[in-house]
Design a protein around this ligand. Structure first.
Ligand code: BG6
Length: 608
């Protein structure tokens, strides 16, 4: 996820840079591995200052506050296409520097566009998808000299979701496009501005015009016109006064980032699937390395470890690869001395900075022991730089400390990779798995719609009365149970132990007394064993909350049942973990805690 902002005044302003800096500070949560600022003066002269690094560093380095002009474009980047470098930062010029633009989104056919534009003689300066949007606009502007017609034609070349802002040096307007990514329009007393983020506008004006997906807006300092992006037809829409206070706007109406990011799992799984469908290059390299390995160690911490438990099941069952999951802090003690070049170490870390994981990578790299693959959310991170291959989960910035959408995209990427490898080896399941992957965003959406209330009710009636509890899982959903238990510990501060359900009878069962709550995410495919494990508890008056697609045996044997939408066995963790996230979230909020910034923990631990 990134952030864009574009503003137009009537005349050159010496305080334009101040406006751009203020806007950027409201966008920084959307991306902070690079930042860029462009200004255009009424005489058409332009300035572009951009680079990798934290926003405040870039602001200071380039004296952004001192920038002046009548138009300005800002972009905060969350790297998806191309490392965080100066060249890959946005905004971008077109080939001869009279057009400048920036986007937020994912252009999934970027690699083919780069080849095409280079072949056709455009000046391609980066690997970044945002630059391809500028060249697509440039292509048709050179033909038509009409910004609206140019954008109408340019969008036919672009596959994926985006919001785009572009300006020509000799046109006192900016053009902004909304196609799948967020965009808002603010009408000030002496300017008009567009932005990915409502809060960055509300600090300047609360007069807002709605722009919908598939629309574009052409605006100067006092006048705007909306158009249909595809037909070019004019759209008339009046502004209104937004009642939202600035601090609420980044949350886009949600009470907490955790809730917002649980809901974002719908669009983020869709975007990742589209990215993987259009650019399987890295999957291919990963497939080749994993398929040759004798042993595959998947190494991770926390939520990433739980995603890896599920990922390991997928790789073992679908891709038929022998993988084992190891807690990062445990690896060197147990296996470090055994690693040889027939192995592969597969590091999973959303931040790409977790020290426990870095400690695994360093000796392997120093001694060149074996290939290192990583799966991260931040492609410019230390773990990514130290890896031979990096898989990007493209979940965008995750603001809330408890991981939610990064977990979902991790297990999605594992599932996709498993099917991809299976397809290379001609395994029969591959096509079936690819067919169900496309249903994941809808499954998450249906789960939230169907189960949000039951999860809130469960939090209110059962979980809020528990001083501690267990979360059991069997087979594929062992990872679901471990992740559910962690969510409850992280945001509700109650002891909740995750455990493989067959282990529970070997001692922990003694904790069960009347009404003792046990959460049990499961799959109907595992009902034979799971019903035995349920009954071991219920005959001792424990209280089992089953979470799974409907199964009559579960309905008859569990004390409480959160029924998730019907889905393939492989997809049960997606829906089950959404429910666990919601149960933990509501339990936390009901207790007056802040689920986004829980006590004692942090988003990334770069210490031992
Ligand atoms: C912990 C975080 O510090 O690190 C967890 O609180 C996270 O949410 C864990 O799952 C691992 O982080 P990463 O970035 O390596 O996935």
């Amino acid at each position: 996820m990134c952030g864009v902002f574009g503003i137009v005044f009537a005349e050159n302003r010496s305080d334009l840079g101040e406006y751009l800096v203020k806007a950027s500070r409201k966008l920084v949560y959307r991306g902070y591995d690079s930042a860029g600022f462009a200004t255009i003066k009424t005489d058409g002269s332009t300035q572009l200052k951009k680079g990798p690094g934290k926003l405040e560093t870039v602001i200071e380095q380039f004296h952004i506050q001192k920038m002046s002009g009548s138009r300005g474009i800002v972009q905060l980047r969350w790297a998806t296409f191309g490392e965080p470098t100066e060249a890959n930062s946005q905004p971008h010029y077109d080939s001869d520097g009279d057009i400048i633009g920036a986007h937020n989104g994912n252009i999934v056919n970027t690699s083919s566009l780069i080849e095409a534009f280079k072949r056709d003689g455009y000046t391609v300066r980066s690997q970044n998808d945002g630059e391809m949007v500028v060249h697509a606009f440039e292509k048709y502007f050179n033909e038509t000299k009409d910004p609206l017609l140019s954008m109408q034609k340019a969008q036919t070349m672009l596959k994926g979701d985006y919001a785009f802002i572009v300006g020509h040096q000799h046109d006192n307007h900016l053009l902004a496009v909304k196609k799948g990514s967020s965009l808002y329009v603010g009408i000030g007393k002496d300017f008009i501005a567009c932005s990915s983020d409502l809060a960055s506008l509300l600090q300047f004006t609360n007069k807002i015009v709605d722009i919908h997906d598939g629309e574009m807006i052409y605006y100067n300092h006092e006048h705007y016109q909306l158009y249909d992006l595809f037909s070019g037809a004019k759209i008339e829409r009046e502004p209104y006064l937004s009642p939202i206070k600035v601090e609420e706007a980044n949350l886009e109406g949600f009470a907490h980032y955790m809730k917002k990011e649980i809901h974002e799992q719908i669009i983020k799984t869709r975007e990742l699937t589209e990215l993987l469908n259009h650019d399987p290059h890295t999957l291919d390299e990963t497939s080749k390395i994993l398929s040759k390995a004798n042993r595959i160690f998947i190494v991770a911490s926390g939520t990433s470890y739980h995603a890896s438990l599920i990922g390991s099941y997928y790789l073992n069952h679908i891709a038929r690869l022998k993988t084992q999951v190891v807690i990062a802090g445990q690896f060197n003690e147990y296996y470090g001395h055994l690693v040889d070049n027939n192995d592969v170490v597969f590091c999973v870390s959303q931040s790409g900075e977790t020290k426990d994981v870095v400690n695994v990578i360093n000796p392997i790299r120093d001694q060149k022991l074996c290939p290192i693959i990583s799966m991260v959310n931040i492609i410019g991170s230390s773990i990514a730089h130290k890896s031979d291959i990096t898989l990007n989960i493209a979940a965008g910035v995750e603001t809330s400390v408890p991981a939610t959408k990064t977990f979902m995209n991790q297990i999605l990427l594992f599932l996709y990779l498993s099917a991809y490898i299976a397809k290379q080896t001609g395994a029969p399941e591959a096509e079936e798995v690819f067919s169900i992957i496309g249903t994941i965003p809808e499954l998450i959406a249906k789960t939230i719609e169907q189960d949000e209330e039951p999860c809130q009710a469960l939090a209110d009636t059962v979980i809020s009365k528990a001083h501690d509890l267990y979360c059991l899982g069997y087979g594929l959903n062992y990872g679901s149970a471990m992740e559910g238990a962690l969510k409850i510990k992280e945001v509700y501060y109650r002891h909740c132990e995750g455990m493989y359900s067959s282990e529970f009878k070997h001692g922990p069962l003694s904790i069960v007394e009347e009404g003792y709550p046990i959460l049990f995410p499961a799959s109907p495919s595992e009902s034979g064993m799971v019903i035995s494990h349920i009954n071991e508890i219920t005959v001792r008056k424990g209280f089992v909350v089953l979470i799974s697609p409907y199964d009559e045996g579960y309905a008859r044997n569990a004390n409480s049942y959160i029924i998730t939408p019907n889905c393939h066995h492989y997809l049960t963790p997606f829906a089950n973990v959404v429910c666990m996230q919601l149960i933990a979230y509501f339990s936390s909020v009901l207790s007056g805690y802040d689920p986004d910034f829980p006590r004692n923990i942090s988003k990334t631990l770069t210490v031992d």
